[in-house]
Design a protein around this ligand. Sequence first.
Ligand code: EPU
Length: 337
Amino acid sequence: MNIQENYSLFPHNTFGMDVKTSVFVEYTSVTELKEVLNQYIRSAEKWLHIGGGSNLLFTEDYKGVILHSAIKGYEVVEETADEVFVRVGAGEVWDDFVALAVSQGWYGAENLSLIPGEVGASAVQNIGAYGVEAKDLIVKVETLEVATSQIRVFSWAECNYAYRESIFKKELKGKYIVTHVTYRLKKKAEFSLEYGNVKAELEKAGVEPTLHRVREVIIRIREEKLPDPKVQGNAGSFFMNPIVPREQFEQLVEMYPSMPHYEVDTTRVKIPAAWLIDQCGWKGKRLGKASVHDRQALVLVNCGGAIGKEIIALSEEIRRSVADKFGVQILPEVNFI
Ligand code: EPU
């Protein structure tokens, strides 16, 4: 167990906010986590569990306990002719898991290549990209209940997954800590290439899809569009894509026929927030030390030394202008702390 006081969170948030936490605790096993819950968490005035810090915006020093999982390890817990079930420690880096799956010839995770963050957060946040979401792979989520230190295993259905949502972010927020996630991967080729330009990129290269090639293409597309947090602080998509009632979508598309959109179900349509923001002229714009990325309008960037409040100020301006022009409310995907 690693316990630090008055500890800088700079290496633990991709926005690059140089804030401190009163206490930082990193645990390496379920047994250690039980101890941490007893000793620190149940008596703490304030605590927060972080993963890779790729979806957080710290606005000030944290006067409480920050928890981080270093539960590692992969284990094949079941295998059939067609599928493999892999149990992964919550503290594993997400992309290391994807790389492992690809190297083993297991299909399903490749579209989620290079998403920053850790395995535990994949199950809380239901991360997604290029037509695939973590929920498509998750079978069960092992947790400890904060109040009692009891183990509770959530089946896939109990996690209530939806777009960037789960029971762990809503009804049970702060009540359970994820320790392990079991994913189901396929042993036979099955690709999801319909989203965006994934297929076109493969065709351009004149090659048949393989696990390695799909991973390479996804990595290339992401690297072209998304800034590297090691170079420019950012938290990927700052906003969620809004889901609007079909009637509202129909009015909008009449005014803006080129508006991209994805069907959610018969009554709702998802509109890319990036497009809405871009249409409002925000791409590349700067306000103080915060700016809108010049290749992907959904990403807000720390131009160097920005504080959380400057990023929030820019995000508020953006939300206002999108609401004024389109009558659509966009909500942050990033959590403000
Ligand atoms: N677009 C613009 N202007 C821009 C960027 C995009 O008009 O500056 C348009 C594109 O032309 C496209 C549409 O907006 O028609 C959607 O863009 P893109 O495919 O880049 O995806 P996105 O909806 O902006 C989502 C996820 C990303 C994920 C990509 C790829 C959310 C909030 N974001 O972005 O996830 O990588 O799809 O699947 O759902 C993240 O969550 O941090 C993240 C990066």
